[in-house]
Ligand binder design. Sequence first.
Ligand SMILES: Cc1cc2nc3c(=O)[nH]c(=O)nc-3n(C[C@H](O)[C@H](O)[C@H](O)COP(=O)(O)O)c2cc1C
Length: 406
Amino acid sequence: MGSTQTFEHLLKPLDVGDLRLKNRVVMASLTRNRDNVPRDNLHVPYYAERAGTGLIISEAALICPQGVEWTFMPGIYAQEHVEGWKKVTDAVHAKGGLIFCQLHHVGRVAHPGTRVQRESGQPVPGPSAIAARGGKFRNVPGAPGYTVPTPIEDPQQIIDLYSNASRLAKEAGFDGVELHNGNGYLPMQFLESHSNKRDDEWGGSTEKRMRFSLACLAKMNEHFPYHRIGIKIAPCGGYNDMGELDENGIPSEEAAKATYVPFCTKLNTLGLAYVQVMRWWASYDLMIEGRPRGIEWNPIDCLRPILKDTLLFGNSAFMPEEADEWIRDDRMDAVVIGRPLLYNPDYTEKLQNGSAVTLYQEQPGDEHWWYKWRNNDKRDGYLDWKNRTIVPTTLKTGDRLSLIHD
Ligand SMILES: Cc1cc2nc3c(=O)[nH]c(=O)nc-3n(C[C@H](O)[C@H](O)[C@H](O)COP(=O)(O)O)c2cc1C
């Protein structure tokens, strides 16, 4: 069945700094947990197939070796990563696409028992000695949760890594870079008040807590102009025990505004390519101690007037019809699409040819998109780390796998 909708707003080009996006569908960062160095037979075709989107944001790429929940995240800290990513960016460009690299440091949600963290010789770092609640490390014996991090003595040393990663991203042919400032990772840990209890120049007031992110952006700016740098924020929290709290420790919209309004006021002055704002979505709103950890509010509408000189990309659980309307009504400039692009590499082509309805059609046995993503994760094979081989998929729709999440 075809759709009669034309998606004229979604399919309109968008100028982002000196780049022209051919449409306003941006591919979200999607960790695939496939290998630390991008592979010719996995990453290259995967990204190239999705080059019909206006812009691709790469899966999160670690800026230094860290022992993370997803054992096979790619990196952007060594020359071998440049070689691997270069093939990806070349393939995307050959198909007329654009691609930014998402720069990633997980901070306190690494684990000291993981192989990579042990080999790095570094403790798990965080702004303060406060562990996130929850967490699961299937790759560590005993399935432990998150650990209490060692407070970072000199944040500047980590901030400097963002310069190195940006330099390598440039060398690898990326069109720009994005600071991953969401989902409970290091920059967000510095930004939010419950995870940052420092009393030096990196903590305390909102102004001091936002310094880390701003300093990272300034380092990225050593290799890319600000109009080639984006940032992703997640003011609704949830995942990784995030979200601002009121004085009683309850997740609070007012507390979130107290951090994110001044932060975005500052971001608005930088001339960034875009600010990507995640709205509330159920899958990231985990239950902690019997209550949802996230904050169910609408940060996109709240922050739009504050980000008045910056493009705003809306993210999380957007259907194409809704995204088209929000762009038409000037509530955002582009939509960032994640899960549907996993199983619809031809997402924008489907919008163009009117088969948009299939973008969210459930298949028999799929109760939830989450399962659908899991199944699709292995559609084209996955890396068997021990044997260093690619295992082709043999899965049926509805099989529940947990290569990455469960
Ligand atoms: C499998 C999977 C992997 C993800 N990996 C990342 C990531 O590496 N970086 C990131 O910023 N967000 C990541 N996210 C969040 C997505 O970028 C996106 O914000 C989220 O899926 C909501 O968009 P959607 O409803 O269109 O899927 C991931 C989500 C999923 C489902």
